[in-house]
Design a protein around this ligand. Structure first.
Ligand code: FAD
Ligand code: EGU
Length: 492
């Protein structure tokens, strides 16, 4: 809060009536008069609004930013995202899957790997036709906000920044256009992202677990424009990857035939590139084929007018307080190396919806069960994403790693029903993340067992041959001995 506000703080209460009065512990939201406050109108907050709208409760979304539907440029993170099965399932339940995918999704049927020498190789995601979708963050967010707004019980409050909250009573204080605004709710859904203000409040409660890790890598978004004839400058239906060990670049297609290219590298490397010549030198060495696609001038302009953004991973528990629940990045921010942050956040909405139905809106049952069920899976996908961040550096040089990957897809093509690679379980099923890890560990044992069996068989074979060699030798010796004996008996 700015210091100038203290003198003239205007305290207004929105919506007149305060539904947060019943601190008595009656948290069954059966009536349509109950109020749910969603803090954050980003991807997860907007989807949650669509879900809650259908339950007839009063839904109030408080978003820090202005209405992105009225903005020319939306500042902030990643322009497009990979939408896969979990996210699609969550959109489907509120009737948005087809709209998002058919109108604005660009299918990606596999990865296209760009080698340093410019050679390209496709590795499909799965069986023919299996794909993930590149969708625009802004389009997705706007679509969900507009769907939510079609329900008369949904109220969107833009330019509202949560400053303080009491998660026992449901009381909230916002800053809006320089004024302080108060509100109350029966339930606060903290969907306010990786730097969540609702979570910050939860951290003040005893026995709240929290850990965060910033990785040494940052990311910067660049852009590949359409060709002179207005076409995609690369094969559009793939996720393009330039794996380079310590660095990596990834590109997803946009609706307007541009590409959003995301450069991941250690901040230390970003810092070492200080002049246009150093930048071009770096690109010539590592991403030569991308230079003409981006354009030298544009590359220089965009790189030096941008700055690298940090990547944080957050784990915490529990996700609930008496009258609050954190969801999406607020509960489980992860590094983006599995393309699952939004997908996991959307799946959160599915789970909450399931539990609200199961317990007939009884929050005293819903909230603890939500934490209990979701926490192992959220931490599992945070771990998987972090593991992949480490693993991806071996993508270029480790032969054993590449062979393991090849074996995985080989087994998947021949035993599609019993052999599923981890990425496939993560992106193409709703197998619980923690179970996907367990499944992978079982398969690793089988592969390890298989390799060991093969090695053992090989060793046995060699030993056998060696032994046969010995036998042969001893047999020859025996024969010779017998021959000598026989000859001596004959007196020769
Ligand atoms: P956010 O999208 O961050 O939304 C939070 C909202 O809360 C914002 O609108 C913010 O303005 C608002 N807010 C914050 N504080 C306050 C406050 N105090 N008061 C009121 N409002 C507030 N995920 C995928 O599934 N696939 C991908 O391909 C993918 N790629 C990614 C690439 C990169 C480089 C990054 C960084 C992430 C990627 N993700 C991807 C992850 C994805 O972006 C996030 O998981 C997703 O945006 C989380 O949604 P959210 O609604 O929880 O948080
Ligand atoms: C990273 C940044 C390719 C968008 C992991 C694959 C990602 C995305 C992969 C970003 C990679 C890495 C998978 C999907 C997806 C791959 C996946 C990663 C979308 C193991 C905009 N990852 N991402 N794995 O398989 O399962 O294609 O920023 F480069 S989608 Cl790091 Cl499936």
């Amino acid at each position: 809060m700015g210091p100038q506000k203290s003198a003239e703080v205007s305290r207004i209460t929105e919506e007149g009536d305060m539904m947060g009065g019943d601190v008595s512990g009656d948290l069954i939201m059966a009536s349509g008069e109950k109020k749910v406050a969603i803090v954050g109108g980003g991807l997860v907050g907007a989807l949650n609004a669509c879900y809650l709208a259908r339950r007839g409760v009063q839904v109030h979304v408080y978003e820090y930013r202005g209405d992105i539907r009225q903005m020319e440029h939306v500042p902030g993170r990643s322009i497009n995202l990979a939408l896969s099965h979990r996210g699609r399932s969550a959109l489907a339940r509120v009737g948005l899957e087809d709209l998002v995918i058919q109108q604005h999704g660009i299918p990606m049927y596999g990865r296209m790997i760009h080698a340093t020498d410019g050679r390209k190789k496709v590795i499909p995601y799965g069986k023919a036709g299996q794909c993930i979708y590149s969708v625009g963050r802004r389009y997705l967010n706007e679509t969900m906000l507009s769907e939510a707004e079609t329900h008369p019980n949904v109220h969107l409050h833009f330019n509202h920044k949560l400053l303080h909250s009491d998660l026992k009573t449901g009381h909230m204080v916002f800053e809006s256009n320089g004024r302080e605004v108060q509100a109350d709710a029966d339930l606060i859904l903290g969907c306010d992202g990786a730097y969540s203000a609702v979570r910050r409040q939860m951290m003040k409660a005893p026995r709240f677990n929290y850990s965060q890790t910033y990785i040494p890598h940052g990311y910067m978004e660049l852009c590949i424009p359409p060709t002179a004839t207005g076409q995609f400058a690369m094969e559009p239906n793939y996720l393009h990857i330039w794996p380079r060990g310590e660095f990596m670049m990834i590109a997803l297609p946009n609706q307007d035939r541009t590409w959003t290219v995301t450069l991941f590298m250690p901040f230390a490397v970003f810092d070492r590139i200080t002049t246009p010549d150093e930048l071009l030198e770096f690109f010539r060495e590592n991403y030569r084929d991308a230079i003409p696609l981006i354009g030298e001038e544009k590359l220089i302009k965009d790189f030096f007018s941008n700055r690298a953004s940090p990547l944080v991973s957050v784990k915490c528990s529990p996700y609930h307080s008496p009258k609050a629940l954190i969801m999406g990045d607020a509960a489980h921010a992860m590094v983006p190396f599995y393309g699952q942050g939004m997908n996991a956040g959307f799946e959160d909405c599915l789970l909450l919806d399931d539990l609200l139905t199961k317990h007939d809106m009884d929050l005293e049952r819903v909230l603890p069960e939500y934490t209990e069920v979701r926490n192992p899976d959220a931490e599992a996908i945070c771990d998987l994403a972090m593991y992949n961040y480490v693993e991806m550096r071996h993508l270029v040089n480790s032969r054993a790693f590449l062979m393991r990957k090849a074996l995985d897809s080989f087994l998947h093509t021949f035993f599609p029903n019993s052999w599923t690679p981890l990425y496939s379980m993560v992106s193409f099923t709703r197998v619980r993340y923690h179970q996907a890890i367990a499944h992978k560990e079982r398969q690793d044992k089988i592969v390890f067992g298989g390799v060991m069996t093969l090695a053992a068989a090989l060793a046995a074979g060699v030993a056998y041959l060696a032994q046969r060699g010995d036998l042969w030798r001893s047999a020859t010796e025996v024969v010779n001995e017998q021959a000598r004996l026989a000859l001596s008996r004959l007196g020769l």
